[in-house]
Design a protein. Structure first.
Length: 254
């Protein structure tokens, strides 16, 4: 049984067995009972994940053809494939679960935002991304690529860049290098006035990242607060804790 690649779904299938084994080895450094694979595609990684003993495994796949192919090739997957768009799916397990995937590059940021909504149930994520996206997620304040994704992910997870994945490991080869990262949930929760305000502040600040914070987020604070020196900085100069502390000074927080 064959399948075709769909450019519209951002499909690049992993074919390098060694990379699959490295991802599974990284995954097994943490113990877990339940595992969700996002975008199994042709099953290169799935094949290895199914060999992990004693776990409850599920996979989310949107593409009809891939679902049929996977069920045909790995009969054990019967009843374990959630056939829908990951961005629309409801939480697949009752308790904590780990997430793994060679994430479709065209929605990889949205996948992470979805996982953030579930972060109380997701202690570990191991994902493959376009290398520049992986670096952005892992970047620190002051870096040119530090932005919304870096702050919002690192507010809840520690990020480790694990290894590069060259273009030749895929079929068809993407135009860009890829990278695998691990997110490990932080034990201490970030002190913010509300998560909604934190997200709003970070997005507003970085949407006009060339401006000083004072000009970028003017509508969110009263004039008195905006006199503070911190507002002379640009968004990329602020740490996650700086943003968190500022949520307590936003308008309408009482």
């Amino acid at each position: 049984m064959q399948y075709t690649l769909k450019k519209s779904l951002g499909q690049h299938f992993l074919k390098d067995e060694n990379i699959c084994r490295k991802i599974v080895a990284a995954l097994q450094e943490n113990s877990f009972q339940q595992l969700l694979e996002v975008g199994p595609g042709g099953g290169a990684l799935t094949k290895y994940l199914l060999q992990i003993p004693g776990i409850d495994f599920k996979a989310v796949e949107l593409d009809d053809e891939k679902v049929q192919y996977l069920q045909h090739t790995y009969p054990v997957l019967q009843g374990k494939i959630i056939h829908e768009d990951f961005l629309q799916t409801t939480i697949p397990f009752e308790d904590e679960f780990t997430v793994v995937g060679n994430f479709p590059y065209n929605i990889s940021s949205q996948i992470l935002f979805k996982i953030l909504e579930w972060h109380q149930q997701v202690p570990v994520v191991i994902g493959m991304f376009q290398k520049e996206v992986a670096q952005r997620i892992a970047s620190k304040p002051g870096s040119k690529v530090y932005g919304i994704l870096s702050v919002l992910i690192q507010a809840y997870y520690s990020v480790e860049y694990l290894f590069d994945v060259p273009q030749g490991c895929f079929n068809p080869p993407p135009k860009v290098m890829s990278g695998v990262i691990r997110l490990t949930r932080k034990t201490e929760s970030l002190q913010v006035q509300s998560r909604k305000q934190f997200f709003n502040l970070v997005k507003t600040a970085f949407n006009q990242r060339r401006k000083t914070l004072r000009n970028a987020v003017r509508g969110l604070f009263d004039d008195e607060t905006l006199k503070d020196d911190i507002f002379n900085k640009r968004a990329e100069q602020l740490s996650i804790h700086d943003f968190a502390a500022l949520t307590f000074r936003m308008r309408g927080h009482n």
